[in-house]
Design a protein. Structure first.
Length: 367
């Protein structure tokens, strides 16, 4: 068999295949792709920590996949080229006044087997601080090398939603048909960029299907681990990639977090008031969306709302939910005080006018 007759994965694992070595990453040799015995297209999951990782959902998702499933390294990226260590300083261990160890940062591509022994790729690690364009082109190059046909990227965003309601997953994609079973925003939006979004953009240009799924994490617990978001993201990733991902191990962590949150709400009336207000706002919006779906969004003779109108309405809804019950009460209290002051001033003015009139009458009588 000649080099050109070898399976595609095998050729890319040859050190003398004539391709210029990519300074961004190194391929494993011999790599798992040359021996996994299949040549069909593979899906890829992208889980980059740092940006849009509310509730540590992205970090926990990649950790869970690597701990629960068999996997082998395919490629490793040069983190010295991509990471600004000042922005995410690795921890250092001191042992008896001596520097003993330093935390290592790894940005890797692994071949993972699901519970039915079907392969998929996992790109995981810290989001690069530098060279996003070069990095994303390298990821696209790897995707082409590995015959990737679909990529799902995981995100988690802090949102003004209560933990007592079902966690929402919203999605976007290069083809709307890929996210027909997910909630989508029917509006044009401008959001901060990220390395993961840069990858999506370049994959789309390369003709590779892309899907992004975002877990909506309650904003008041976004800095803590929130395993329910992790489970929701992995469930969505399994659905998009058509892979079976074990999720049962997360149930105990989810139950423990629910108990902790319930205890905090019960012990703190201020927290309970905030959660109650968020529940009311969530339910109102859910009911409004349900009615829209039932009415197919339109009443007889009503115009179709534009994307800008829907976007403005959504932004107004988020702004409304951003006001906490305490702030609302304070605002209402201030308004009431202002009305009371206005009333007092009016009474005072009327009283002054009456006094002046009485004095004038008394003066006339004396004269």
């Amino acid at each position: 068999m000649t080099t050109n007759d070898r399976p595609a994965f095998d050729r890319y694992n040859q050190p003398d295949n004539g391709r210029k070595k990519d300074s961004m990453y190194e391929l494993e040799f011999p790599g798992p792709l040359s021996t996994h015995g299949q040549q069909e297209s593979l899906p890829m999951v992208v889980a980059l920590e740092g940006y849009a990782d509310a509730g540590q959902a992205i970090n926990q998702a990649s950790t869970h996949l690597l701990q629960a499933l068999d996997h082998s390294p395919v490629a490793s990226f040069n983190v010295d080229e991509l990471i600004d260590y000042r922005s995410r300083r690795p921890s250092v261990t001191l042992d008896h006044s001596s520097v003993a160890d330093r935390e290592s940062l790894a940005l890797t591509l692994n071949l993972v087997k699901d519970t039915e022994d079907r392969p998929f790729l996992l790109l995981s690690g810290p989001e690069p601080d530098l060279k996003w364009e070069t990095f994303s082109r390298s990821v696209v190059d790897l995707a082409k090398r590995c015959s990737v046909d679909r990529v799902v990227t995981l995100y988690a965003a802090p949102m003004t939603v209560p933990h007592t309601r079902p966690l929402m997953i919203s999605a976007h994609a290069s083809d709307r048909s890929l996210v027909k079973d997910f909630h989508t925003w029917e509006a044009r939006m401008i959001i901060p960029g990220s390395a993961a979004l840069e990858i999506e953009l370049n994959l789309k240009k390369a003709g590779i299907e892309t899907v992004g799924v975002t877990a909506h994490v309650p904003h008041y617990i976004s800095a803590s681990d929130y395993p329910e978001a992790t489970r929701a993201l992995l469930s969505a990733a399994g659905k998009v990639t058509e892979r079976e991902i074990p999720l049962g191990a997360l149930d105990a962590d989810i139950d423990r977090m629910k108990r902790q949150l319930a205890d905090q709400v019960e012990e703190n009336q201020e927290i309970a008031a905030i959660v109650g207000a968020l529940e009311q706002q969530y339910d109102l919006e859910a009911e409004r969306q349900r009615k829209r779906r039932e009415n197919n969004l339109l009443a007889p003779g009503e115009d179709i709302p534009t994307g800008d109108e829907l976007g403005a309405e959504f932004e107004a809804f988020l702004a409304e939910m951003s006001t906490s019950p305490g702030e609302q009460a304070e605002s209402q209290g201030s308004g009431g005080a202002a009305e009371q002051n206005d009333s007092e001033q009016e009474d005072s003015a009327e009283s002054t006018e009456e006094d002046q009139a009485r004095r004038r009458e008394e003066g006339n009588e004396d004269s």
